[in-house]
Design a protein around this ligand. Structure first.
Ligand code: PLP
Length: 423
């Protein structure tokens, strides 16, 4: 099946007489006839649902669809993208461990990694992802457990060099974890380029309409934990809190997701509600069609901005001549996403006047949904970062992030034009 078909037919596969649409299993618990069988479920010896914090049929169907879309072996849903990125790292890092992340990542993830996880004794080194491989290699330590980046960075819209990052991760015996929120599996499948684990904020394009906050983790099944058993004791030695199970031995390619579910979801409980999983599934059905249109519209808007004398610069990797164009052409030949970054000439004041003059395009703390919206990270999402941190993250104080939606491209451009006229 091609991706358009998978969006509709993977996941929930009804048989004779079953509902054609994914049912919402709005139940906390599931019933069994014998105490013995319940015991086996708890020992992970029998398969079956018992409590929605651990597994729910609606969520599992959607997770299965995501695994199919990304080309992975297993997946889980989380309550948010934040929870997904936290679990993905915390599943293999404990106190005293270290990991490396691109400094150009989403502000919320930057904060999670740099501030909150630091309090747990896990240290993150943020690196400039454009540095040469030899330079980046110097940041690896004996206790480094993962390398993390975003396919297309939020909000700077730069493209990850998968070749360089996967070589770096694998030559140091650690997995490459990639947040694929902006590209979605429709535009990029990181596993085909060497990533081992993929995360998502499903809140964005996957949901597509700004309905529900959610996240997901998908495992390629490709990383050989046992080969690096000394680095990953959580997966490669018995878990005393779970009947002495050694995940990598018992579950093979499914080890990462099984551990994240049986241990982290059990203890932290950041589940996606079945109702939200249902909404997510509806969004996924049209993801491929929407992503094509997002890219088409963004390309038209980016081309307009590039040729307008009132615009200082525009950053959209699909544009010929963009500094990330070659990477985008290689890893996302059918387009990147609908998000672009640009700056209005005349600094902060003009930027604010411009934003306040827009009619259709709204200023919201959201990105990657059906309605065009924009945001000024320095005064909105990234306001907790210092100027130095902003610069380190590559976020210029005048950067405006524009998320091009599914309206008529002509109307979006008209709205931008009239707002530019007002400054
Ligand atoms: C929004 C976002 C997140 C966080 O996701 P939430 O669903 O808001 O928790 C993580 N990564 C990227 C790239 C994002 O855009």
């Amino acid at each position: 099946m091609n991706i358009e078909t998978k969006c509709l037919h993977e996941g929930w596969k009804p048989t004779q007489g079953e509902p054609r649409q994914l049912p919402i299993y709005q139940s906390t618990t599931f019933k069994y006839d014998t105490s013995d069988y319940m015991g086996k479920l708890f020992d992970l010896e029998a398969e079956g649902y018992f409590y929605t914090r651990l597994q729910n049929p609606t969520n599992d169907a959607v997770a299965a669809k995501l695994a199919a879309l990304e080309g992975g072996v297993a997946a889980m849903l989380t309550s948010s993208g934040q929870a997904a990125n936290f679990y993905a790292i915390f599943n293999i890092c404990e106190t005293g461990d270290h990991f490396i992340a691109s400094s150009s990542i989403y502000g919320g993830t930057y904060n999670l990694f740099g501030v909150t996880m630091k309090k747990m004794g896990i240290e993150c080194t943020f690196v400039d992802q454009s540095l040469p491989e030899e330079e980046l290699a110097k940041y690896f330590r004996p206790n480094t457990k993962a390398l993390f980046g975003e396919t297309v960075t939020n909000p700077t819209c730069t493209v990850l060099d998968f070749d360089k990052f996967s070589r770096l991760a694998h030559s140091h015996g650690v997995p490459l974890i990639v947040d694929n929120t902006f590209a979605t599996p429709v535009k990029c499948r990181p596993f085909e380029w060497g990533a081992d684990i993929v995360t998502h904020s499903t809140t964005k394009y996957m949901d597509g309409q700004g309905i529900g906050v959610g996240g997901a983790i998908i495992d390629s099944g490709n990383f050989d934990w046992m080969k690096h058993a000394d680095k990953f004791p959580g997966l490669c030695t018995p878990d005393e809190s779970y009947h002495g199970i050694t995940y990598a031995e018992r579950f093979g390619k499914g080890a990462f997701i099984t551990k994240a579910t049986a241990q982290l979801m059990r203890d932290f409980g950041s589940i996606q509600s079945p109702q939200n999983a249902f909404y997510l599934n509806s969004g996924l059905e049209t993801l491929a069609v929407r992503m094509d249109r997002h890219c088409e519209n963004a390309f038209k808007v980016a081309s307009f901005l590039k040729n307008d004398s009132r615009i200082d610069w525009v950053h959209y990797a699909d544009l010929e001549g963009d500094e990330c164009h070659d990477l985008a052409a290689k890893f996302m030949p059918k387009g990147t996403c609908g998000v672009l970054a640009f700056a209005v000439k005349g600094g902060r004041e003009k930027a604010i006047k411009f934003m306040d003059s827009l009619n259709i395009i709204s200023i919201v703390t959201h990105v990657a949904d059906a309605k065009t919206c924009l945001l000024h990270p320095a005064s909105h999402t990234h306001r907790q970062l210092t100027d130095d941190q902003l610069r380190e993250a590559g976020v210029a104080p005048d950067l405006i992030r524009l998320s091009v939606g599914l309206e008529s491209a002509e109307d979006i451009i008209e709205d931008i034009k009239q707002a530019l006229d007002k400054i």
